[in-house]
Design a protein around this ligand. Sequence first.
Ligand code: MD3
Ligand code: FE
Length: 217
Amino acid sequence: MTFDLFADDAPLAGSRTPLGDQAVVLRGFALPRVGELWPLLQAVVAQAPFRHMLTPGGLAMSVPLTNCGPLGWTSSRAGYRYRSDDPQTGAPWPPMPDAFLQLARDAAAAAGFAAFVPDACLVNRYTPGSRLTLHQDRNERDFSQPVVSVSLGVPAMFLWGGLRRGDPTQRVPLFHGDVAVWGGVDRLRYHGIATLRAASHPLTGSERINFTLRKAA
Ligand code: MD3
Ligand code: FE
């Protein structure tokens, strides 16, 4: 299966997929901005390359990640935490591009969260076979702040659970250009990404890139 940059993979563009009272997927919301976002993302990755961090249990995470912005999410044997420096180099994370801030603010507003100003951007890279097991995002200080997630490249199946790990999960496809926003009562939902299937996208090849904008501090 192949995907066109702005057309074939965007049959839902402009629509909304509600997932909860305060969680929604804005279909194709980032599409008009991808031409601007992609080179900015490449510049971030050139400064702070993707790397497999260690879990607290000492295993390499299967999804390599990097960050930009004042704070970056990290994992190590010492646990999960946001830090202002790249542990690999000691240098600050690359600055958050203004276009990321603007996208986050606009998407949050479209989902009912006014005046969202993220201070952290976590970038995940998926290749065929990669998956992200069910988890909660709870390393941020203020759970009243939403998370804005941008999907690029090959589609993935998002797993959307409840407030307890054992709650049933819904499967929701995420496509190139989709932006998801979660906050309020849905902020601590368990979620994950099912094993990525092989596919090809003209922008990313076999990969899926997801970046999430958060207010960590
Ligand atoms: C629902 N990333 O980085 S983004 C993560 O596609 C993460 O890479 C996935 O889960 C990815 O932590 C899913 C969608 C997402 C992000 C944060 C959430 C969904 C969320 C926080 C609370 C509830
Ligand atoms: Fe998450």
